[in-house]
Design a protein around this ligand. Structure first.
Ligand SMILES: [Zn+2]
Length: 180
């Protein structure tokens, strides 16, 4: 059973379920409606409530990574959407480079935003999907450019600069953000 807050009101004529932005479930009911009726109604609506709560949990703050819980449940909840968002954006940002990569993987990492293997596998921290656009794009471009330059040489940064001219500023911002 989903926990909920019951509000009795003389102004309400019907039993109504609302889900707050925090995910809290509130049931409003007229004063005279017996508890047993409310319990049965909430039980009947359980699937609907669960789907609404899940939707709200998906809408995480896009600019506050510290607000995102770092647990495994959160990762399970968001990894598919994160993979979709990050894959699409990687494809877009790679249009000018046309580098080839094997695949993209999202991970629940504590200390890194992204990495790239010599086999062309790009790893992204799933939290990157809810980061501000410029930060997300910078990390994607950074990993893309490692496909060509497996180092942090001047040539590497020149490649990054082609797409992210102000990468130095964004790098500074990224340092101020904590993972998880
Ligand atoms: Zn690097």
């Amino acid at each position: 059973m989903i926990p909920y807050t019951l509000r009795r009101s003389t102004r309400t004529r019907t039993v109504r379920i609302t889900i707050r932005r925090t995910g809290e479930v509130v049931v409003s009911a007229p004063v005279g409606v017996p508890q047993i009726f409310i319990t049965a109604y909430v039980a009947r609506m359980q699937k609907w409530i669960a789907s609404k709560v899940a939707l709200i949990e998906k809408r995480l703050p896009r600019d506050k990574v510290s607000a995102v819980p770092s647990g495994r449940r959160d990762f399970m909840l968001h990894k598919e959407e994160a993979l979709r968002i990050l894959s699409e954006r990687t494809k877009e940002l790679n249009q000018s480079y046309q580098f080839s990569y094997t695949k993209i993987v999202v991970r629940n990492q504590k200390t890194r935003w992204g990495s790239c293997s010599r086999h062309g596998v790009i790893n992204f921290n799933y939290r990157l999907a809810s980061m501000p656009d410029e930060v997300r794009d910078y990390v994607i471009v950074h990993e893309l450019c490692h496909l060509k330059q497996f180092n942090h040489s001047k040539n590497f940064w020149d490649l990054v600069r082609q797409t992210v001219p102000d990468y130095k500023e964004i790098k500074k911002k990224l340092k101020g953000l904590t993972v998880g």
